[in-house]
Design a protein around this ligand. Structure first.
Ligand SMILES: Cc1ncc(COP(=O)(O)O)c(C=O)c1O
Length: 369
């Protein structure tokens, strides 16, 4: 059996009838960018997250950059430091650079792979203005502890929630725990468009209005440039697609949690040899990715590949080791560096079939550890 890491066509088949009808309607309507669908999606997304408001933009990288600028955390001089984890998608660091800031790396917690609040405190300098906890792999970072450090040190917290749509069901989910949050709707995300898309959420409605100005450099009706923003708009088709999928997001996240539980139970006999993911609280993880650790990662991945099972590494390079950051990190990052040599991701998405999951766990149990 061939088991791909992700097959998005299966999700499409679930929403096909509704999406194609919506798209036909949207195409015939003649409004294609920043119209009623985008406004309706912004309202629905803010309500879903439990935040005061939302602004939709072109992608998650812009969402994070614009949140850093609109919150006043990063000013145009190019000296303001923003603390981020070294284990994340490259876009987290790019967003800080695009906003005009300087990324500074702080180590992560070995259990959750999210920013370690003690390491954050150690990375603070007189130039630090903001902290960006990444809810990596779908798990909320330790927001209470990070908010506590940040408020003591007068830093702005902006959540990178690109991988954690809907985490912590309840009134306030990922995206409603800090000054502002950034989401990506890249197709593979828990809520994904059929192209690029992103959004900022915040309780500060002035901040949301500033983002709406920044996303087109001024107020479009007046055709006046008032802010040095960027052109980063969500189109009506993507907004309409996101509205269809949003209705299913909780159900899809529940399925992810179920599959993660199935993986962890099946792998428990080898839990002393392969590290399975742990959730700080059960509902704080929406398993965007199911990431395990093994010291002989490449032989285990080769064994799985020989059984037709595709695995990936998120992420093969730590941010401070990327060629772009020649100066590297200012402080040692031993937890991230150890994890980076061992982590890899197993196939997990709502439409993964039970027999596929069993084939993966059977192949792992079969490995000569
Ligand atoms: C943690 C994280 N931050 C930021 C981004 C950037 O989002 P986008 O690809 O929509 O620009 C992504 C997604 O790729 C991500 O996974």
């Amino acid at each position: 059996m061939q088991i791909p890491f992700l097959d998005l066509r299966r999700q499409y088949r679930e929403v096909e009838t509704e999406v194609t009808a919506t798209l036909a309607h949207m195409l015939a309507r003649g409004v294609y960018i920043l119209g009623d669908e985008v406004a309706a999606f912004e309202d629905e997304w803010a309500r879903f997250c439990g935040a005061g408001g939302a602004a939709a933009v072109g992608n998650g990288t812009d969402a994070l950059a614009l949140a850093l600028v609109a919150s006043g955390a990063v000013r145009p001089r190019g000296q303001d430091e923003v603390i981020i984890p070294p284990l994340s998608a490259g876009y987290t660091a790019l967003a800080v650079l695009n906003a005009g800031g300087v990324p500074v790396f702080a180590d992560i917690d070995p259990e959750t792979y999210t920013l370690d609040p003690v390491a954050v405190e150690r990375a603070i300098t007189p130039r630090t203005r903001a902290v960006v906890p990444v809810h990596l792999y779908g798990q909320l970072a330790d927001i209470p502890a990070i908010n506590e450090v940040a408020s003591r040190q007068r830093l702005v917290v902006i959540e990178d929630a690109a991988q954690a749509h809907g985490a912590l069901p309840g009134e306030r989910r990922a995206g409603a725990h800090s000054r502002a949050a950034a989401f990506s709707f890249y197709p593979t995300k828990n809520l994904g468009a059929y192209g690029d898309g992103g959004a900022i959420t915040s309780d500060d409605l002035d901040l949301i209005e500033r983002v709406k100005t920044l996303r087109q450099g001024g107020h479009p009706a007046a055709m006046r440039l008032t802010l040095a923003g960027r052109n980063s708009r969500l189109d009506e088709l993507q907004a309409a697609i996101l509205r269809v999928k949003l209705k299913r997001l909780d159900e899809w996240n529940r399925r992810r949690l179920q599959l993660a539980g199935d993986y962890s139970r099946a792998l428990s006999p080898v839990a002393d040899r392969i590290r399975i993911p742990s959730a700080r609280e059960p509902e704080s993880h929406v398993f965007h990715l199911y990431v395990v650790e093994h010291t002989e990662r490449e032989s285990l991945r080769a064994h799985l590949a020989a059984h037709g099972i595709e695995t990936l590494i998120h992420y093969p390079y730590l941010l401070h080791q990327q060629p772009l950051f020649k100066a590297g990190a200012r402080q040692p990052l031993p937890v991230a560096e150890r994890a980076a040599t061992r982590i890899f991701s197993l196939p997990l998405y709502p439409q993964l079939r039970g027999e596929e999951l069993r084939a993966v766990t059977t192949a792992i149990l079969d490995f000569d550890f």
